[in-house]
Design a protein around this ligand. Structure first.
Ligand SMILES: [Zn+2]
Length: 407
């Protein structure tokens, strides 16, 4: 399936996930799965090539090509360790403050610790945000100390201490860049937590931090244009990278605002309030041909709950029907094709509506089934929740402002 680049970037930005290419789990670190996106592989090859052929020969002249190759490989390993250390620091503090981490994912802009829910408290959010940059400073100091050690004990190993010095500086740059107070960078998260604590308003904090994020994103885009236009061949790549980063920062900020707004508007509402119980269910004994002719064409639902003698047993979607060979439609039954029930497609009526919305967004699902035990009650759809939120937002922003009042 062809997906456009803007759509990929928007997905990466909006879902807080790297979805450029397939992700593979590399290993577990402190219990967190460390995953790498295909874009990271592309970026690391590009960085390695640039260090070996362009950067190191300029700043550390006088080595042979073989030495530059070794320096490049050592540096890329050091960069990898630095990014993992930064993200693991975020993840450990997040877990400590009951903000469960789904994974640490490496993608084109470095790394991201993917959280399953919203931050639990301003304090937790603040400490989680600054943990990464603090770890980068520590890593920088460690590389600096290692460099001094090599200079002192092995003064002839020039290439080794040069790479260590490069990594020390790079970690300080990572720390500084991340502390820019622009959401979704760490500094922006810290700022959001401070405003949240002071004004007791997470939505306001997110809005301000994201607006600064948007300004920063425009700055990145301007810089990207400058690189592309004025800085020749290497500037071209830098420009493209900064341009993508600007687009990502902008998208992620806008998404965070929507996300926190929906959380505050939905509050503690449960799924039962938004549930649609007028949904046609089908029997597991139907053949796919019957299902398509008598249900799909008649009721235009994209998926059907499967109910057997009053008990919910599964879910059949248009997507799974379309993935079947058409010749098999007349003898395959719904029971053999339906998705089994699990926590990813069915919720209880007292499930939090904001959590349900987030679950649908995370899994890219249009709807979830609602059941009480085995009893089918209805469905909750992304479209209905989104419509409710957009109407409530409009009414909220249109409230008359009371300027004076006499008691
Ligand atoms: Zn960070």
């Amino acid at each position: 399936m062809a997906i456009s680049l803007p759509r990929l970037l928007r997905n990466a930005a909006t879902r807080g996930k790297a979805v450029f290419f397939r992700r593979v789990t590399l290993f577990h670190c402190f219990g967190f799965p460390v995953k790498a996106d295909g874009s990271w592989l592309f970026l690391s090859v590009l960085i390695c090539w640039t260090l070996i052929n362009k950067h190191f020969p300029v700043i550390y002249a006088g080595h042979s090509p073989q030495v530059y190759q070794l320096m490049g490989f050592a540096a890329i390993c050091g960069i990898f360790a630095s990014i993992i250390a930064h993200e693991v620091a975020h993840a450990i503090i997040a877990e400590h403050y009951q903000m469960p981490i789904e994974s640490i994912t490496l993608f084109i802009f470095g790394g991201v610790a993917v959280m399953k829910g919203d931050p639990s408290s301003p304090k937790g959010e603040f400490l989680m945000a600054i943990a990464g940059p603090i770890m980068s400073v520590i890593m920088g100091l460690l590389f600096w100390a290692a460099k001094l050690g090599v200079v002192f004990y092995f003064p002839t190993a020039v290439a080794a201490w040069q790479v260590l010095g490069y990594l020390a500086g790079l970690n300080l740059v990572i720390a500084l860049f991340n502390m820019v107070p622009a959401f979704p960078l760490d500094g922006g998260r810290a700022l959001r937590a401070i405003i949240w604590k002071r004004k007791d308003n997470l939505v306001l904090g997110t809005r301000i931090a994201s607006e600064l994020g948007a300004i920063f994103a425009y700055g990145l885009l301007v810089y990207a244009l400058y690189c592309i236009v004025f800085r020749g061949e290497t500037g071209m790549w830098q420009g493209i990278w900064f341009g993508l980063l600007g687009y990502f920062v902008h998208g992620a900020g806008a998404y965070a605002v929507r996300q926190t707004e929906s959380r505050s508007l939905l509050g503690s509402e449960t799924v039962s309030r938004f549930m649609n119980s007028q949904v046609i269910a089908v029997s597991p004994d139907l053949t796919i041909t019957d299902l398509v002719d008598n249900y799909v064409y008649k009721h235009y639902q994209r998926s059907f709950p499967v109910v057997d003698r009053g008990e919910l047993t599964g879910l059949i979607s248009l997507q799974s029907i379309l993935s079947l060979d058409r010749h098999k439609w007349h003898w395959l039954h719904v029971a053999s094709v339906m998705e089994p029930l699990n926590e990813k497609n069915v919720v209880t009526p007292d499930f939090n509506a904001a959590d349900a919305l987030e679950l649908m967004q995370r899994l890219q699902k249009e709807q979830l089934l609602v059941a009480d035990g085995k009893k089918f009650l209805g469905v909750i759809s992304h479209r209905d929740l989104a419509a409710y939120l957009s109407i409530t937002l409009k009414i909220d922003s249109n409230k008359p402002v009371i300027t004076s009042r006499t008691a």
